[in-house]
Design a protein around this ligand. Structure first.
Ligand SMILES: [Fe+2]
Length: 328
């Protein structure tokens, strides 16, 4: 693809350099054969997803995208001018679902509706509610985090598609490479101790209300923050979810754990180098959800609208936990 704009050795912005030709129409035709109902244009993990995936990967545009997005060195890649601007929602989301399925196995974000395509935009009134509102439901910033940190099997990848970028000058997309967080922690003795503790200790992550099976119920996932995956370092991180988890499980709330979490949060929010880019309309952002943290700079424009799809490397039938077909 085109000349990359690089702010990190593993995170790139490029412009689409292939033609869709007839492939968008072919995708919509194929997807329509498998889904009699698009589930409010949000889709769901299809029981025949592996068969549909093979059929989709016969299309040159999806082969091309898969080659670029799954390039071994990339941990984040934005493709501008994707070519879906102005498409009706049903067709646009069918193509986004197909792109996601050609990279892995899209999971359902919402246990109640099973939707895999999730709208990121402010819900009216979200600023004044008491429930545990997640970042994708409100204006403002989003602290750096990994998605599904509070589930047993966080997805390995996610996609964001920019329908309407914020017009207020804010809302930049932020990504941090986990290796840069590790390097920053290694600079001080307190940082090294933090890394050791958060690689060993099980930390309680509380599930936000919107994702929980039941609004009233407190759901907790216990897991370490740092984890070795093959020869690389991976993270689960969602500071607000951990603080709410500690409030719900006070026996785990010790001074050394509090101090380690505070130090790591400071490194992440203030010191680690980050990719910071205002992504225009019709941009597709792909990221590794275990080896990067993501967030967004603050914004106020309520018309900002992105679509997110999370993607697992394993088929939904083999996954455990609430974001797979195998339900708790
Ligand atoms: Fe997120």
């Amino acid at each position: 693809m085109g000349a990359p704009l690089t702010q990190s050795p593993h995170i790139f912005v490029i412009e689409r350099d292939f033609e869709w030709g007839q492939d968008q129409a072919a995708i919509v035709g194929l997807v329509s054969r498998y889904f009699s109902d698009y589930n409010g244009n949000g889709f769901y993990p299809h029981p025949q997803e592996e068969v549909l995936q093979r059929e989709l990967l016969a299309l040159p545009a999806l082969q091309h995208l898969r080659r670029h997005l799954r390039h071994a060195d990339a941990r984040g890649l934005a493709i501008t001018n994707l070519g879906l601007a102005g498409q009706p929602e049903a067709e646009r989301n069918a193509v986004l679902y197909a792109i996601a399925l050609s990279l892995g196995f899209p999971t359902s974000t919402d246990q109640r509706t099973q939707r895999v395509a999730w709208d990121i935009r402010a819900r009216p009134g979200s600023a004044t509610e008491n429930r545990f509102v997640t970042f994708s439901e409100r204006v403002g910033n989003a602290d750096m985090h990994t998605d599904s940190s509070f589930y047993p099997m966080p997805e390995e990848q996610f996609l964001l598609y920019v329908v309407n970028a914020a017009r207020c000058g804010g809302g930049e997309s932020l990504l941090i490479d986990v290796d840069d967080i590790h390097a920053e922690l290694q600079r001080t003795e307190a940082g090294r101790a933090t890394f050791a503790l958060l690689s060993e200790a099980n930390v309680p992550f509380r599930v936000p209300s919107v994702y929980a099976a039941n609004e009233e119920q407190v759901e907790i996932e216990l897991a370490p923050v740092f984890e070795r995956l093959a020869d690389t370092l991976a993270m689960r991180w969602r500071h607000d979810s951990i603080l709410k988890g500690l409030a719900a499980r006070p026996a785990l709330d010790t001074p050394p754990l509090r101090a380690a979490l505070a130090l790591l949060n400071e490194v992440i929010e203030q010191h680690a180098p980050r990719f910071c880019q205002h992504l225009p309309d019709d941009t597709l952002l792909w990221a590794d959800n275990r080896r990067t943290l993501h967030g967004r700079a603050t914004y106020t424009d309520p018309a900002r609208h992105l679509i997110r799809i999370r993607i697992a490397d394993t088929p939904n039938a083999e996954r455990i936990g609430p974001s797979g077909v195998a339900m708790d």
